[in-house]
Design a protein. Sequence first.
Length: 267
Amino acid sequence: MARPASTVWDASLYLRFADARMRPALDLMGRLDPANGARPGHAIYDLGCGAGNISRILAERFADSRVIGIDSSDEMLAKARSQTPDARVTFAKGDLSEFKPEVAPSILYSNAAYQWLPGHVDMFPALMKLLPPGGQLAIQMPRNHDAPSHALMRKAAEAGPWRDKLAGVGGIARVHEPARYYDVLKPLSAELEVWETIYQQVLTGENPVAQYTSSTGLRPFLEVLDPAERAAFYDTYAGMTAEAYPMRADGITLFPFRRLFIVARRA
Ligand SMILES: C[S@@+](CC[C@H](N)C(=O)[O-])C[C@H]1O[C@@H](n2cnc3c(N)ncnc32)[C@H](O)[C@@H]1O
């Protein structure tokens, strides 16, 4: 069984499920206005850009725009830089909780990153204020907390000698009800769309749900354990998820996953 070997952001493990993770990124991108990609002197920001996969697609879609990816992980940024030959796409290290753009943004785009930041909802109005009239804030976050994949993290945390070490682990910051984001952004928006989609993700391989979450939501649990405990905890969690998400006769495991989308146009 493939277990996570370390707890720093593992770009290769994250990218193993690139297809399933790409679809929502593209669905979000589909709501961006091409006019915002053609504003002279402005840039499109990819906030929490990870390995830069989406930054590169943004640059392909918006051929007249600079794209700047921001991330706090050296490992992700190294991968992003090594895979991005296009000079229009650059990457910078930064913490999203104190984001200050060096170039005026026309679009602030973020796929699957803000769920890591406690209090993110209160950061969104400030992001809107960085945009020119007509500019867009586009954010996608997983909202799968109530699914077995996430409930079983807590159950596995309580099911072994690691219980005390994992007692205070919070995991991903809770993503709120859609209406909360609507209410916060509405006063600053000329147009505002908030919606959810549950993707029926098609995964392959052994215990794919545990492998999927081990590069994201399970990381805070894995981080506080030593290697031997980490392996035992992971196996416990993987056994639970294999039961909750059985492999089908064709070798496929379906992993339903709820995601929240926000697209706001600055008034
Ligand atoms: C799940 S990955 C998404 C990567 C990319 N957006 C994609 O869709 O492929 C989340 C990314 O957010 C970054 N991240 C988490 N917290 C951050 C913070 N406070 N500031 C900057 N980046 C952060 C992580 O380093 C990671 O690369």
